[in-house]
Design a protein around this ligand. Sequence first.
Ligand SMILES: [Zn+2]
Length: 230
Amino acid sequence: MMRSPQLRIVVVLLGLFGSVLVAACASPAGGVTAAADAPQAAASKYVILTFDDGPSPQYTPKVLAILRQYGVKATFFELGQNVARYPSLTRRVYLAGNSVQNHTWTHPDLRRVSWTKFRSEVLNTDRVIRAQTGYTPRCLRPPYGGVNKLTYRRAASLGKTVRLWTVDPADWSRPGTSTIVRRVLANVRNGSVILMHDGGGDRSQTVAALPTILRTLKARGYAFYTTSCT
Ligand SMILES: [Zn+2]
C-alpha cells in the first residue's frame, strides 16, 4: 500500500507504547485527508493546484495537455459565463479527472453585491457546471478573494464552502514565466493551495511556467490533490 511509511511508524509505536499513541499519531494523517478530500490520501506531502477564470479556448486545452503529460489533476474554478460559452471545454476538464468548481458567473466582488445578485451568480454557475459534470459544485471561490463575514454566511446558506488559496504568484499580471515559477516554488509548503489562471486574459506565461513547476514539485515529492469540498 502507498501509505506504508506511516503504517510502519504506527506499527512500531503500537509495539512500543500501545494503542493510545497510535490514535494520537494517526490523527494528523486523517486531518490531511479531510482537508484535501482527495483519493491519494497516503502521500506525505501534497499541494492543490487551482486554475481560475476559465474555461478558455486558447489556454485551457494547453493546461490540460500539460497536466496529462505529468499525470497531475487540478481544480478549476470556472466562471459560469465561460462555461455557458464553452461547455465542451468544461466537460473535457471534468472528463480528464479534474475537479470543476464555482467562481461565480461574471466575476463580481461578492462583498459588494445584493443577496439576489449573489444567489444568481452562484446558482446559475452551479447549473451550467452541473450540466457538464453531473454534480453541483460544493466549493465557491469568491473573485479577488473578496470575503467578509456576510460572504461566508451567504456561501454557507447555499451549501458552499469558500475555498481560497495560500500561494499566489500573480500570474494574471504577467510578471514573466521565470517569476511565476520562482514565486510558486519559493512559497510552496505541504498543503499549499496554488492559484493560477487558465482564462481571463493572456495566460501564455502561466502555460509556459507549468511544466517546470510540475516537474520540480514532483521531484520534491509532492502529490497533487484536487478539492471538491465534500
Ligand atoms: Zn478570478
